[in-house]
Ligand binder design. Structure first.
Ligand code: FES
Ligand code: FES
Length: 210
């Protein structure tokens, strides 16, 4: 009797193994949900490489903010409408809420944490501070990164060009006037001719200010 029970148990186990083996070989039945598979990827962020495991559906926003703890990358709308999640990929501003993390592999990603050098704020960050171009500051990292991109792609942007370029970034506090002031200040800071002309009045041949 004991032997019979053991025999049945063995057959049952073997039957289960066979079923599992055939399922692995054949794959799950059509229509059945298969568990998502993690991917091991490398992200280059602010000059450093990070190995992370992500799901295929993880956004770059998820990974930068929650796995790499880069808290300047913020979620607003989650649908590409507000710019709060802006990061630079190869110098271009993108909405990281719309970008799948695995698709950003091996590309150079910049967040606000990567802008300062040797303890010095980037001139655009400094201009935003100097002009107090924020209230709650939730939108500020996105505006700063978009401005960095603007000033590297258009040499001497007009106020209209600035407004156009930053149209994808929204500020719920309505700090737009000061934000444009800050961008103009950053623009002029990077332009020695304008910096000189804005701080010095003309002088005559004796050095007397006119
Ligand atoms: S959170 Fe990405 S654009 Fe709004
Ligand atoms: S300063 Fe509050 S959202 Fe822009």
């Amino acid at each position: 009797m004991g032997m019979e029970r053991a025999d049945r148990a063995t057959k049952k186990t073997k039957g289960t193994e066979a079923a599992v083996t055939s399922e692995i070989v054949a794959g799950p039945p059509i229509g059945a949900e298969s568990p998502p598979t993690e991917l091991a990827i490398t992200l280059r962020v602010n000059g450093a490489e990070h190995q992370v495991r992500v799901l295929p559906g993880h956004t770059l926003l998820d990974v930068l903010r929650n796995k790499l703890k880069l808290r300047s990358v913020r979620e607003g709308c989650g649908i590409g409408m507000c710019g709060a999640c802006t990061v630079l990929v190869e110098g271009e501003p993108i909405s990281s809420c719309l970008q799948l993390a695995w698709m950003a592999q091996s590309r150079e990603i910049t967040t606000v944490e990567g802008l300062s050098q040797d303890g010095q704020l980037h001139p655009v960050q400094q201009a935003f501070l100097d002009k107090t171009a924020f209230q709650c500051s939730y939108c500020t990292p996105g505006f700063v990164l978009a401005t960095v991109s603007l000033l590297t792609s258009i040499e001497d942007p007009s106020t209209e060009q600035i407004k156009d370029y930053l149209a994808g970034n929204l500020c719920r506090c309505g700090s737009y006037v000061k934000i444009v002031d800050a961008v103009l200040a950053a623009r002029d800071q990077g332009n020695p001719r304008k910096r000189h002309s804005s701080t010095a009045s003309p002088v005559d041949e004796r050095g007397v200010h006119l």
